[in-house]
Ligand binder design. Sequence first.
Ligand code: NAD
Length: 471
Amino acid sequence: MSELQRFSMTINGKPAGTEYFSVLNPATEVPFAEAPEATPTEVHAAFAAAEAAFDVWASDDGVRRSALRKAAEVITANVDELAQILMSEQGKPLADAVGEAHGTAAWIGYFADVEIPESEVITPGAVAQVRIPLGVVAAITPWNYPLIQAAWKFAPALRAGNTVVLKPSPYTPLATLRAIELLQDAFPAGVLNVVSGGDSVGVAMTKHPVPAMVSFTGSTSAGKAVAAAVADDLKRVTLELGGNDPAIVLDDIDVAAAAEDLFWGAFVNNGQVCGAAKRVFVPESIYPAVADALVAVAQSVAVGAGDQEGVRLGPINNRAQFERVNGLLESAVAAGARVRTGGETVGDRGYFLTPTILTDVPAGAEIIEEEQFGPVLPLVPYTDIDDVVNQVNRSKYGLGGSVWSSDPNRALAVGRRLRVGTVYINGHAINHGPHVPFGGARWSGIGVENGLAGLEEYTQRQIIYGNGADL
Ligand code: NAD
């Protein structure tokens, strides 16, 4: 029997798990705990439990509000434990893990309290519209923000009256498993279930007959597979997928004042953010100054294990991603790109790569056209802003884009031309909180998360012809 700590799935309010896989710390590459690999029987049991719990849970919004309020308190009371687990499996610095755990509570709290219109009149005295829950929701999350991404899904889904089966990434299952275990204090059995395991568990969930909806966050390739899988029985779906966001710098920018924000708009969470800036378009006239300023910020940032004092960036989360980012970097360099800073490992263990600024990247290079999802940022010179806008709008990805200028309205005029889900002026990957919807265009996804619009994704619009009834 393994010496490693074993985490449990939660099915129908009870711990579950029969087969296990180990989870590594990406800063050391050493396995430190085990998570269950859900069997088909366990996946089925989770959906059966969620289905059985649905009718009662769907019947009383007051109960749902109080349960979610309690859930937010439970997370807040356990922030330290959850953050330690999250840091160990994901790699992010402890302060960021603590921030994510607090954010998880804040999101749940928001969805507990958000006012949902009971009904909306369409024809006074005759026709109204209400929102009814869908049934069981299958929720699947990635490894970059496992805890808060889970809350982005289960909190609105539950508040809307659905029950949930959640599956975290096999790279980062532990904080989610522990959080859902703790949350059983807040919810009736079967309302919020969690199963863990590899991609095949996700596939089984999308093909299972019980869920009425799949809420998926992950890569574009997996998102397409999910869309195909749900087509069979027309499950509802939201897809929050990859991005290749541009940051577009205009020629009147105050380089010194903007450099820190521009850097962190790309390197937040080590670049492992769907909505981070993945390429920076810079006017040729100020290209050297912008490059120098970003290099200076990159060189001031401490990289190391998440539990080390002062560290701002941890390792890349897993070996496959580490190899992908290094591969993109190597092929850019082979094609003539210049590494202005970074591109180095740290120590002799762990998936570390120091923040890397690339200049002179040939047009069309994969690192410009595809999502790198790691700490490597190409700077792309331009002379004509129309070319940049066209290039962005032609991209398969359409998650977000930012425009940077000393004159915010001048930036906004460019921003409004971008066909993307979020436009930022003088910032990137900013998040003002759970009330703001988030989603992407084209290959970046379908539907939105967060805000009332995000909650509505978990509902069916129902039109009622009252014929004299009080609507
Ligand atoms: P991934 O697609 O490999 O995996 C995400 C989750 O889906 C995991 O739980 C995985 O086990 C599961 N999965 C994989 N294939 C599946 C399939 N065919 N059917 C069902 N489930 C399947 O993604 P990842 O590597 O964990 O995450 C990184 C990606 O996620 C990046 O592309 C990033 O941009 C994207 N992402 C998007 C958002 C957003 O809101 N748009 C947020 C975070 C991450």
